[in-house]
Ligand binder design. Sequence first.
Ligand SMILES: C[S@@+](CC[C@H](N)C(=O)[O-])C[C@H]1O[C@@H](n2cnc3c(N)ncnc32)[C@H](O)[C@@H]1O
Length: 220
Amino acid sequence: MTASQIEQPADLDDVRASYDRVADNYVEMNLGDIRTHPWLQAAMDGFVASVRGLGPVLDVGCGPGSVTRYLAGHGLDVTGVDLSARMIEHARRLHPEQRFAVASATELELEHSSFGGILGWWSLFNLPRHVLPGVLESFARALVPGGHLIVATHMGDGDIERTEAYGAVPVSWTTHLWQPEQLSALLASAGLEPVAELRLPDGGAGVRGLVLVARRPAGA
Ligand SMILES: C[S@@+](CC[C@H](N)C(=O)[O-])C[C@H]1O[C@@H](n2cnc3c(N)ncnc32)[C@H](O)[C@@H]1O
């Protein structure tokens, strides 16, 4: 599926404005630094080893860019994109040597077979359930054969309506929870084969975490 065929979420402007509002606190609280979480770092190190030499990498929903920077520090040719202009302002300020752009995951015109790796690292859970499959398909098409997608998200059933986040900042977004089997099925429908799965207990925020890695089959 190409970006022009993906339905734009009805709440996209609210989600964008919400992340613009929380961006300063997100940076202040040093969230997103995988070096403080050995298991997330281990998953990312596995991703780095798997995509090395396959081509450019796209960090979709990169926030202030700490993972983008981590990947670049490990020798990958990486670009970060994010819905929130304020997040990207921080990313450019904190990591001036990196490439960043403002865009929604739902509007990226990704060229076929152009990336060795794509990340949806804690950044796809706001996408409505009927929108996510098309976004994953667009990612799958954009991977080279053997290229990998890594997704981190919140695990569970149902949706959580968030009205505040990251230090009681007012927000308006829905967190869509996914069971591993549901998300794995979407990745399979997108044409990707499973590589790894990491389930994390509730770290205090009331929800469990899930990391899935999948790849475009080498012959596809
Ligand atoms: C929890 S933060 C994670 C940021 C970063 N990946 C990290 O780990 O630090 C979620 C990010 O996803 C971005 N985001 C939400 N919806 C998005 C969309 N439709 N397209 C691109 N980015 C999106 C938000 O702006 C925010 O920066």
